[in-house]
Design a binder for this molecule. Structure first.
Ligand code: GLY
Length: 412
């Protein structure tokens, strides 16, 4: 187990060596943070343009390699880039990353690529088979509309929101996550992320019902998905007729009662975002509790890149999940501004440490490697022996988002 209270660099480096063989650069970078340079003139801010240039060169090669393929790059499998159809839950992230590259650079090349990958998902506006419509259309069309105000994007967003809202059951008071066999009415913590799309569609289309559904879902999740220590269960399965809880389980975590790392990240991001959208104090309070659970956890490594589950067997040699860290860092930056004070400083400093770690050679790919994705070392679904220690398109997306958010801080 890695102790996070260690103060000497020697002991930090020893601990990191146990966790991963090549983290010396992270140690130097993280220890440099102690100097607490002001945002805007700190090393992380200065490194962001270089990281974006690198991301652009990777994604340039990624798209060139997938030119003949109408599908969307998701990960690296057997040494080849695996691409997926629009109905895959990750289909919106490449378009989203391309929008972030465009937002950063204002380069027409990224506008055109982002538009291309966004339009590939047009059919999803009518897809009623999964809660992930929010991820798919929010990251692609949502970012596209935010940056271009293209009215055709708006149409897709409003239709897509209707499809997502069709999965809400008032008896349960939540949106159904999956239609998979073996569940009655599963609601997963990840589903908090789809609420942003509904909230945006509600204000854009003046449809109050979407907002009501999103809030009902957030309330139900707040009541039932969390443990006393503010960690979350992955899945709560409800009785669809009366809304009673049937079971609290995991699907991607180490155990039903474990803290699956990406699940904690979705929860953190979800309640931070819902506070932004509603100003309901209960949501920011919950987000801060989740942040405390994560950041005070004795098994959060010193470089703040979590293991795939906080209770994973085999820690400290269990795989890390970079995707969980990327989502966390983006959420912590936003949360830091909401809570302010010492807690806010702690959240921002933690996000900064995560971004410094992710921007280092321990996690950032080498040019032309890693299937041309940006970040290495994520975990998709460990219990299913699927996507372990691989690049994932959503890790890249939230990393770029977090860097943009960090860069934005110096302007605010
Ligand atoms: N929403 C699916 C996952 O986080 O793996």
């Amino acid at each position: 187990m890695i102790q996070i209270q260690t103060s000497s660099i020697y002991r930090i480096s020893q601990a990191l060596k146990v966790a991963s063989g090549c983290l010396a650069i992270v140690v130097l970078a993280v220890s440099g943070l102690a100097r607490a340079e002001p945002i805007g003139s700190d090393a992380l801010t200065k490194s962001i343009p270089t990281t974006f240039e690198f991301a652009a060169s990777q994604y340039g090669r990624l798209l060139a390699g997938a030119k003949e393929d109408p599908k969307i790059p998701r990960t690296l499998e057997g040494g080849k880039v695996k691409t997926v159809a629009p109905k895959d839950w990750t289909s919106g992230f490449v378009a989203g990353s391309l929008w972030y590259l465009y937002e950063f650079s204002k380069d027409q090349r990224w506008l055109s690529a982002a538009t291309d990958y966004t339009l590939r998902l047009d059919s999803i506006k009518d897809y009623r088979g999964s809660h992930d419509v929010g991820f798919m259309l929010g990251c692609s069309y949502g970012n596209g509309y935010r940056l271009t105000k293209n009215p055709a994007f708006r149409e897709v967003i409003l239709k897509g929101a209707e499809s997502l809202a069709s999965r809400f059951n008032p008896q349960v008071g939540a949106i159904r996550s999956w239609d998979h066999k073996g569940w009655n009415y599963p609601v997963i913590i990840d589903n908090m992320m789809n609420l942003e799309f509904l909230m945006d569609a509600s204000s854009e289309g003046h449809v109050e019902r979407y907002r009501e559904i999103a809030i009902a879902h957030a309330e139900k999740t707040l009541r039932n998905q969390f443990r006393a220590d503010s960690s979350s269960f992955h899945v709560v399965d409800y009785n669809p007729t009366n809304g009673e809880i049937i079971a609290k389980k995991t699907h991607q975590g180490a155990a039903d009662d474990s803290a699956w790392a990406r699940g904690q990240s979705w929860a953190l991001y979800g309640y931070t975002m819902m506070y932004r959208k509603t100003k309901n104090q209960a949501y920011v309070t919950q987000a801060a509790r989740i942040a405390e659970f994560i950041l005070n956890h004795p098994r959060l490594p010193t470089d703040k890149i979590p293991y795939w589950d906080f209770d994973a067997p085999g820690i400290p040699t269990a795989p890390r999940d970079v995707s969980a860290a990327a989502v966390m860092s983006s959420a912590l930056i936003e949360l830091s501004g909401m809570v302010g004070g010492e807690a806010g400083k702690k959240y921002l400093n933690s996000a900064k440490q995560q971004l410094v770690s992710l921007s280092s050679p321990a996690y950032l790919a080498k040019p032309g490697e890693n299937g041309n994705f940006i970040l290495m070392h994520s975990v998709g679904n460990f219990p299913a022996n699927s996507e372990i220690d691989v690049p994932l398109n959503y890790a890249d997306y939230y990393f770029l988002e977090a860097l943009l958010r960090y860069q934005q801080l110096k302007k605010s």
